[in-house]
Design a binder for this molecule. Structure first.
Ligand code: PHB
Length: 360
């Protein structure tokens, strides 16, 4: 038997992936102001259907979940219809696509919120930095701490969004519990200073994630739901006093759900800005009983190595997929890669979005 590499198919819960290269979720800010994807998104995702699995850009579960201009939503029928054209295009091209379900929590601004209200969070702690608004960057405000009585409404929003994602024809969903957005804000103690059943111990801090997952799994069933964690990601002014202890406990509990996969952004301790308490992602890999997806700036050689060593089952590629719609074919042929253009990552039109060339 030959070693597992990026081109080895994988049974992922209920579906088969043709290779182990996942397109990571990438915010591109090109949906309409109403959060509806259009023809440009159809073309962008269709172009990338040779990925074993596409994870959609982070997609808002409710109007209150929005934190950036022109990010797509999945809380109403019009948005689901827009996404349906995307999922059909990807599936007709032989691809698979999950919808990443997103609530930004405190990483928003009254300008982007219904009625100009303050963004919500586990605790009233403002992040350092500034929000992207339609009028440019504005300093983050202090968020409003959610009342415990409001949390069932958040869970209902996850359930409703999961239903819309199903109507939109996605192959599954990924619950975004990483990168300093709402569920991650509950998980880590730098942002969660609650004293009720949703704060304090790790058991309490993970309660909202577990409730959201239960709701989403109730809609999708076993094997169609993944979850993304980022234990030491400092982005969005995040920290935890004990990432190893916190996330080991979270992963042990996630084993009970029959999830399609666990997706971990494994910023290493050498990564810029990742100084802090010691953290070994291999410990999470060891505790996790299902399919493990890693995401940490891999290239082809390092992706193949991590799979051959059994350190991961799937490798998520962000910028390389952004700039190379045919990334699997380029890796297969050891062809040169297009260079990503950071000036066109966020917002704009076709330039830097659907015009990266394919191999000839
Ligand atoms: C972003 O829009 O900058 C963004 C969105 C989702 C992430 C990370 C970054 O998980």
């Amino acid at each position: 038997m030959s070693a597992i590499d990026l081109f080895t198919p994988l049974e992922l819960g209920a579906i088969t992936l043709k290779n182990r290269m996942v397109m990571a979720p990438l915010t591109r800010n090109r949906a309409s102001r109403e959060g509806v994807p259009g023809a440009l998104q159809v073309e962008y995702y269709r172009q990338r259907a040779s990925a074993g699995l596409i994870l959609s850009e982070a997609t808002c579960i409710a109007p209150e979940a929005v934190g950036y201009p022109c990010t797509p939503g999945i809380w109403n029928d019009v948005q689901a219809e827009g996404w349906n054209a995307v999922t059909r295009a990807v599936q007709e091209a032989g691809g698979r696509i999950f919808c990443q379900l997103w609530h930004v929590g405190r990483i928003s601004h009254p300008d982007l919120q219904p009625g100009g209200q303050r963004p919500v969070a586990p605790s009233a702690i403002a992040p350092a930095g500034a929000a992207f608004t339609y009028e440019g960057m504005k300093p983050f405000v202090t968020p409003r701490a959610l009342e415990q009585t409001e949390l069932p409404g958040i869970v209902r929003a996850y359930r409703a969004a999961a239903g819309h994602a199903q109507a939109a024809g996605f192959d599954g969903v990924e619950v975004h519990a990483a990168n300093g957005y709402l569920l991650d804000e509950f998980l880590r103690d730098g942002t969660n200073q609650r004293s009720d059943a949703y704060g304090g111990s790790v058991e309490h801090r993970m309660r909202l994630l577990l409730e959201a997952l239960e709701a989403v799994c109730g809609v999708w069933g076993v094997g169609r739901v993944g979850v993304r964690l980022s234990p030491i990601q400092p982005f969005n002014d995040m920290r935890d006093s004990d990432p190893q202890g916190t996330f080991s406990r979270v992963v042990e509990r996630l084993n009970d759900f029959g999830l399609a996969y666990l997706h971990v952004t494994e910023l290493g301790k050498d990564a810029p800005g990742a100084a802090g308490p010691f953290f070994d992602p291999l410990e999470l890999r060891r505790l996790w009983k299902g399919v493990y997806m890693t995401n940490a700036g891999y290239d082809k050689a390092r992706g193949n190595a991590v799979l051959a060593q059994g350190r991961a089952d799937l490798v998520a590629y962000g910028a390389p997929f952004l700039a190379n719609p045919d990334l699997p074919e380029r890796f297969r042929r050891d062809a040169p890669l297009n260079t990503p253009d950071p000036d066109t990552f966020y917002g704009g039109g076709a330039q830097g979005y659907t015009d990266y060339p394919f191999l000839t």
